[in-house]
Structure formats: C-alpha cells, structure tokens
Design a protein around this ligand. Sequence first.
Ligand code: AMP
Length: 631
Amino acid sequence: MTRYADFHRRSIEDRDGFWAEQAALIDWQVPFDQVCDYSNPPFARWFPGGRTNLCHNAVDRHLKDRAAQNALIFVSTETNQERVYSFAELHAEVQRMAASLQALGVKQGDRVLIYMPMIPEAAFAMLACTRIGAIHSVVFGGFASVSLASRIDDAEPTVIVSADAGSRGGKVVAYKPLLDEAISLAAHKPAKVLMVNRGLVPFTPVAGRDEDYAALREQHRHTEVPCTWVDSTHPSYTLYTSGTTGKPKGVQRDTGGYAVALAASMKHIFCGNAGETYFSTSDIGWVVGHSYIIYGPLIAGMATIMYEGLPIRPDAAIWWSLVEKYKVTVMFSAPTAVRVLKKQDPAALKKHDLSSLRALFLAGEPLDEPTAKWIAEALGKPIIDNYWQTETGWPILTICNGVEQAPSKFGSPGKAVYGYNVQLLDESTGEALTEPNQKGVVAIEGPLPPGCMQTVWRDDERFVKTYWSSVPGKMVYSTFDWGIKDEDGYFFILGRTDDVINVAGHRLGTREIEESISSHPAVAEVAVVGVADTLKGQVAVAFAVLKDPSLAATEADAKALEASVMKVVDEQLGAVARPARVRFVSVLPKTRSGKLLRRAIQAVCEGRDPGDLTTMEDPAALQQVKDLVGG
Ligand code: AMP
C-alpha cells in the first residue's frame, strides 16, 4: 500500500485517532473531551468540550514568533494602493474593528453581514467577528439588492459592515445604493450599518443607522479586545450558496473543526509553511476566499495576498509580478482566470522571476485539458486541480503532495482526500459502484470530516432533506455532482446532477435567475440553462415566453427587450447572474405532465442529441430552440 493510501485508510478506519493528531496543529484554550460525536447522524460535532478561537489561531498565536512578519498584503490595481500589515498590525486593526462592532452592540452569537469589496477592512471585519464569537456572513460584492435582501432576512444581522463602493476594471461600482435598497426590501432591519468610506463615491449616511468606521476606529485606536474562547462547535460563519430551489442556503461552519481542517490542509495539500506567502486570487465573497485568502494561510502563519483587480490590468503580468515581489510559494486560482490569461501575450509569464512558486492550485469548476496543459507549460510548475464545494470548506478530491508526491492526471482533480469516505452511487438504487469507470453520483459517507458544514443555518430539516436524503434507502451526503473513478482511484467530475450551473467558477441556481426574469412585466414564463462556454466554462442562457409575443416582433424589439430583461437580473441579483442571451420563444419544451425539459434545451444549445423525447408535449417547442441557436 502506498503511503497516501495508508494515510487515507487510517483517516477513515481510525477516524478519531487521525483527527486527534491533526487537532494538535491548532491552539486550544480547553482541550476537547471527544474527537467526534456522531450520535445524532447526519449532524457531526467535532471536538466537543474543546474551546478555541479562530482569530486567535489566525493572528494572536503568531505574535510570539512572527509579530513583525508580513500577514496581510493588500494590493489594489483599481485604486493603485498597496499596503502590507504585519501580524502585529493586523492584530491591532482586528481589535479596532472588534471594538467598533462591540460599540455598535454586537455580542457573541450575533450575526454580522459583511458586504464589502476586496479591501483590508473586510478581512479585519471577518477576523473581528470570530474574535468576539459573532457569526459573520459575507455576501459577495457582485450581488445586487434582491440577492442581498434575501440573505439579510435569513441571517438577521445586528450590524452590516459595508463600504461606499468597489471597483472593477477601473469602473467604480457603488455599493451603498444597493445596500440601502436591500435593507428597504428586507423585513429584517439591522440596528447599525458600519460604513468604510473609501472616498470613491459620495453618499449620504442614514441618520441614526449608519456609522463611520474611520471615526469609530479612531475612538478605539487603543482598545484591547481579548479573544472570546468559544465551544469548538460554536458557529464561526454562514455563507450562502445556491441550490435547486430559488432560496439560497446558509452553509453553517463550526469553529474548532474548521480550524483543524484548514491547518491540516495547509500541511498535507498546499504544503505552505509559516513565513512564506500565499496568493489566492479568489474573492472573500466565496468559500475559497474564506478558507484560502483569510483563515487557512493565516492559521499556518503565512502572509496572504488580498488582491482587488483584474488579472489583466494593467497587463497580464500583474499576478506574476506579485509572485516575484512577495516571493509567493503557493498560489490558488480558478480555471476561468487561466483561460483569460491564455488569451493574452504568453510573454507576460516570462517577465518575472517565479522561482519561489512551488505549485498553482486550481478549483471551482472543471479544469479542461488544454487550459491545464497551457498553464503547466507556461509556468513550468505543478498544476494541482482540487474539487470541493462551499458546503465542505476544503478539498474533497485532490493530490496530497504533503503526504506523498503523486502524479496528476489531466481531467481529474485527483483522489479522495483524507477524512472523506467518497463513494460513487447508482442514482436509482443507491448502490455503491465498485467497478472502475462507472458513472455515479459523488457521495460522502457520514460523518463529514471536520470543517464541513454543520447544518443549514436555522434549518436542520433542510440540511437533512437536501443533502442526506437524495439516495434511496441510505443516509449519505450527496455532492450533486456526477463522477467516475478509474482503476487507480482518480476521480473525474462530469457535471451537476441538479439545476445548478457554474459560470466562471461562480455557482448559480438556474431557478434564482428564472425567478428574477419572471418578475419582468413582459415575461410569462422562462427556462434558464447552462451552456458550455470556452472562456467561462458555462454561461446562462434564458428562453422566455412573452405575455404579448408582438413585443419581440422585430429583431430590434427583441434586442431591446433582451437588454431590459438583463437589466432586471443585474438590478436584482447582480451582473454575475446575468444570462449571456435571452431568447424569445412562443412555447417552452415540457413533458406532458408540465415539467420543463431543461436538459433537452441545454443539449440542443450545446449541439448534442437531446435524448429520449417521448414524454415531450410539443416537439415544435424544441425545434424553436434549435432554430434560434442555429442547430
Ligand atoms: P461552489 O460551492 O461554488 O464551490 O461550487 C461547487 C461546485 O463546483 C461543485 O459541486 C462542482 O460542481 C464544481 N467544482 C468545484 N471544483 C471543481 C473541480 N475542481 N472540478 C470540477 N468541478 C468542480
């Protein structure tokens, strides 16, 4: 047996022994009594009895040995700022933010919603929350008022931390009007809004509600806020993600299990060492940003780069210039970003000294072979694909080079990661598929390892129903991805089993987009599907039936209507959810029982055979789609 196979086997067969060892990678104020309490499946309680604090592990515990070392490196090519915070400075800033939140009434267990661009104050706010036992809920800055309002209502935050504006590609995006609109739409009203004013757009504070962070920070310049030790199972944060239904789910994460899982992943997967620099190009609004911009690298005592800007501005060498300047050893990005870079001058990669870099990790969407080959060749470094989800918080499938060096296979994120008992299940019978190369649903046997979601925020029933009840007769966690496993144990991910699409590594529910489009006064009915795209992996394409078909009678009318539908999505959900095309049809392909045939529409859009259509009510409906997409 190889070293890794043995390591993985032990993590499953001697689960408690294995994770007790990993738990020594973090500081505990009070040791745990038990490693894993799985007496009430599928709810796993990791390290019960133990008390710890995420912020302590990410910041305070490094003060002894590395107070002057770089901790947070902020680079904005949008506002041309660059600022480096040592661990001591980060510690001071986090306390100022924590004191400000406390001054606004935030207590342990309260929620704080963070709606921020990629600026240091966003990191301070996250760490300040976990420092005082408040539960943060970061909402991606690209989301607009309706998306934000639904998250405000679900999280019911005491305070919202926000900023006047973000900036993308040199274009200022005002956040404040979106936030004000979201709060007016939401039933829950936060007591206070803490505003970071970057001076990008003028705004009028709401009297009695909006507080200026600069003023509060100044007041609390020297206030000390000790870490609040919390139970290992105390929720550290919630993060919303899309699923089959329109309502986003609040993925709830614990404290101790998450800290241990991240510390272990930094060692066994990312091979990052204290004193080095980690550069993840994600955004704090996504799970990669939580785990591998903020908590993972800092827990490991690494400096982390927080980058606001595009990968190709001012030019395609910007990321590599940061690798050289800060001697980045570990980098994490997404295939979409690499596909963007691929279109640029390849010389950009050769302009800088990349000798510090050991590997580039990619995740979030399928890594296609041409992209993987191009970047591997251009960089001359190992490219390590890793597959996981918001729900798990850290990789499910990858190559664990920290345990044993192993080759990658193109098209495969790798093998099951330690702690995960990954199975492929037959969709209809729930039987585990034991022969190689059989297609099944990627599932994980409970308990989920430390760091994975505890439950859906305030909705245990939805957690059980959504994730653990999709396979007949068996309580097993479904990832909602199709996969196969080859004879060497390498998995290949074949796409989602549900109506979730993945646009440029961003997970979107087609139902959410459909709901938004349906609110357009001209639209009677709509189907949204994900269609393969060479740059973004997938794009959303909408097919809408109009209440009055004459509204799209001419090409110019249809174009104008398409733009106005897109505007509705932009305003409600944000530009991330905007479909690439909105096409108008007189009828949608449905089964005789009225179920939308999204898969058939998707197949036609991608030029594939739509399969068995015997249950279709009106074959002319699919023909209309074919005619529109030129199939
Ligand atoms: P998210 O929760 O936004 O991270 O999205 C998770 C989903 O993205 C997974 O369920 C997969 O469908 C997809 N995904 C993430 N990483 C990969 C990968 N390395 N290869 C293929 N699909 C991936």
